[in-house]
Design a protein around this ligand. Structure first.
Ligand code: SAM
Length: 259
């Protein structure tokens, strides 16, 4: 009789709890701990609906293993496209700012892809800033506050690459998100106002005063928001273009401050 492995048991429990990718999730759990009591506690939290990444406390993003805190937005695989698009436009030594940083994922990925950059992370949510700070290596600054108000004044007009994965779910659609997001991620991380672009517009309006001439602002949106986001960037005086990735199902809008 073939022996049932601990992994098989785990897969069955996850499947029974409704996890579609039960085998992948079992592997992530087993890569986190092999302690039976800890595993049991994690499966219970997962079965109760918490996102896997919050349960195990980490996520892989652009090859980095990042901490994820309870109540902090979980970086999505699709957002790797934003980080890579930003890195492709960033030279070593650049001043990089990641607003709406959450765990710090986008900014830290740019830094790891480009090499030496001066990096500042900022978020309005203290829980996110604490996690971002824990993820950052020494030399990276993490600031608490509303968009640009969080940043030190000395960065004004000097930023080379500005990333902002703003909340962009239209208010009326927040209720239709999966339970993992609705109940375990803060509303401030998801709700982008009536058409989802309220925070993006605020970022675009203020960005030209913080960017160096020729510098770029990059944000992720849904494909159907692309035209409105490009218009918002253009209205702020930025030369705007969209960069879509079919593979990642991701749309990034890029605005350049004219020279
Ligand atoms: C969609 S999450 C993105 C987090 C992270 N950049 C990522 O890609 O995983 C949006 C983040 O924006 C932050 N946020 C929302 N409104 C903000 C504001 N007015 N100022 C600064 N951060 C804000 C939220 O706290 C949340 O961490």
């Amino acid at each position: 009789v073939p022996q049932t492995s601990a992994r098989d048991v785990l897969v069955e429990r996850l499947r029974a709890a409704g996890c579609v990718f039960a085998e992948d999730e079992a592997d992530v759990l087993l890569a986190t701990t092999t302690d039976a009591a800890r595993l049991d506690a994690m499966v219970r939290r997962r079965a109760a609906g918490a996102p896997l990444e919050q349960v195990v406390g980490w996520v892989e993003f652009c090859g980095l293993r990042l901490r994820v805190g309870a109540g902090v937005f979980v970086p999505r695989r699709r957002t790797e496209h934003l980080a890579r698009a930003a890195a492709a436009r960033t030279a070593p030594g650049a001043l990089v700012v990641d607003l709406c940083t959450g765990t710090g994922a986008v900014g830290l990925a740019v830094r790891s892809l480009v090499g030496e950059v001066e990096l500042h992370l900022a978020d309005v949510d203290a829980a996110a800033v604490a996690v971002a700070r824990a993820n950052a290596d020494p030399g990276v600054e993490a600031h608490l506050g509303d968009l640009f108000a969080a940043l030190p004044e000395r960065l004004r007009g000097r930023i080379d690459t500005l990333t902002a994965n703003v909340p962009y779910v239209p208010t009326g659609e927040v209720a239709t998100l999966p339970t993992e997001a609705r109940e375990h991620e803060p509303r401030v991380a998801l709700d982008g106002g009536g058409d989802g672009l309220a925070v993006l517009r605020r970022v675009a309006e203020e960005a030209p005063r913080w960017l160096r001439p020729g510098a770029v602002l990059l944000s992720e949106v849904s494909a159907h928001q692309s035209a409105a986001a490009l218009a918002a960037f253009a209205a702020a005086g930025l030369a705007a273009e969209a960069d879509e990735s079919e593979e990642h199902d991701a749309t990034v809008v890029i605005g350049t401050r004219p020279r």
